[in-house]
Unconditional design. Structure first.
Ligand code: TXA
Ligand code: MG
Length: 322
């Protein structure tokens, strides 16, 4: 699908300080040369992202960690060995040369080695770090397909590498290793149980001293349509009630539609956590475009396998006022 010519063109665009969107195993990223301040400013403008939000540096291999981090703790080596290439981001003390635009002015830098073949080819051919936030407008749903990127960013992106739908579907797990203990900043493609299996204990929850992460803002990954997460046993009643008050309602549930009132569009999504995560953002985008007054999502289980999905649904649901 993606040719070596495409990769060569993408590298030339990045070297020219311009932007290339590319697939990773989690979501599509909007890439810029991690050493080019002008390119990163252009990236922030394309996303509409505030300049003090740090971005992840993507690398072809863990061997480049010492180039970007001033200290590589033993836990970083352990986690990199176990999960790279893959959907894990490590926050480490920054190397001196790392741009403030990359770190958001913090003393740490986020690093990740993605496993998607196109991402890997691009990073290898570019030969250096590529910063890549998710290729969406700030605060919106991350893109899991190339056409989502086009819809989000239009001409603000100079090239899109189309690698088809992404596999994991939610963003990488972020673990902060800059303090005394590993801290889980964002649940994602790698679960706490998987981390615990190699670290010996699960990572801590973030505290007041933990680095900021914009993906941990209360309202993020949000569709425009107001969205509510509803416990399974109240789902039909809630949908019926909203429809009775004249609202058009889309339901996203892990089971087939029971008899419900007209005015309710019942959509089924997988009951398997990995399959659900893969489909979630594309499904929310579709529902968001459907012109409904409300989206009601059936709450998902409170277990390790569902942690990342629960987290994204909670953030998609948050709204300051009705
Ligand atoms: O799966 C992913 O991680 C995707 C793909 C494209 O790799 N990228 C992604 O990037 O989700 P972005 O920018 O949408 O989210 C990165 C998160 C943000 O919440 C940011 O605040 C946090 O990582 N982050 C980046 N650098 C950080 C740092 N030094 N300390 C703490 N958090 C950091
Ligand atoms: Mg993002």
């Amino acid at each position: 699908m993606i040719s070596t010519d495409d990769i060569a063109q993408a590298v030339a665009i990045l070297r020219a300080g311009r932007l290339v969107a590319f697939p990773t195993e989690t979501v599509y990223g909007l890439g810029a040369d991690a050493r080019n301040a002008g390119a990163i400013r252009r990236l922030f403008a394309a996303k509409g992202r505030p300049a003090d939000h740090p971005v992840i540096v993507h690398l072809a291999s863990a061997d480049a960690m010492p180039e970007w981090a001033s200290r590589v703790p033993a836990a970083a080596v352990t986690l990199a060995d176990a999960f790279w290439p893959g959907p894990l981001t490590l926050v480490l003390p920054r190397a001196v040369h790392v741009l403030d635009l990359v770190t958001g002015g913090q003393e740490t830098v986020a690093l990740r080695v993605p496993s998607h073949p196109a991402a890997h080819q691009l990073l290898k051919a570019f030969g250096d770090g590529i910063v890549a936030p998710s290729a969406n407008r700030f605060g919106r749903l991350s893109p899991t397909r190339a056409d989502h990127v086009r819809a989000e960013l239009g001409d603000a992106v100079d090239m899109i590498l189309d690698g088809g739908p992404t596999d994991v579907g939610v963003e990488s797990t972020i673990v902060d290793l800059s303090g005394d203990y590993p801290v889980l900043l964002r649940p994602g493609g790698i679960s706490p149980a998987q981390l615990a299996a190699v670290l010996g204990a699960p990572p801590d929850a973030p505290n007041a001293a933990s680095p900021r992460a914009s993906g941990t803002l209360p309202s993020h990954y949000a569709p425009r349509t107001p969205l509510d997460v509803i416990e399974p046993d109240r789902l039909e009643a809630c949908a019926n009630q909203r429809a009775a008050s004249g609202l058009s309602v889309a339901v996203l549930a892990r089971r087939n539609a029971p008899p419900v009132r007209s005015g309710i569009a019942w959509h089924v999504i997988s009951a398997d956590a990995a399959v659900y995560a893969r489909a979630l953002y594309a499904m929310l985008r579709e529902l968001d475009a459907g012109g409904y007054d409300r989206i009601l999502v059936e709450a998902v289980p409170d277990s390790d396998a569902w942690l990342a999905v629960r987290d994204r649904l909670r953030r998609a649901a948050y709204r300051e006022e009705e």
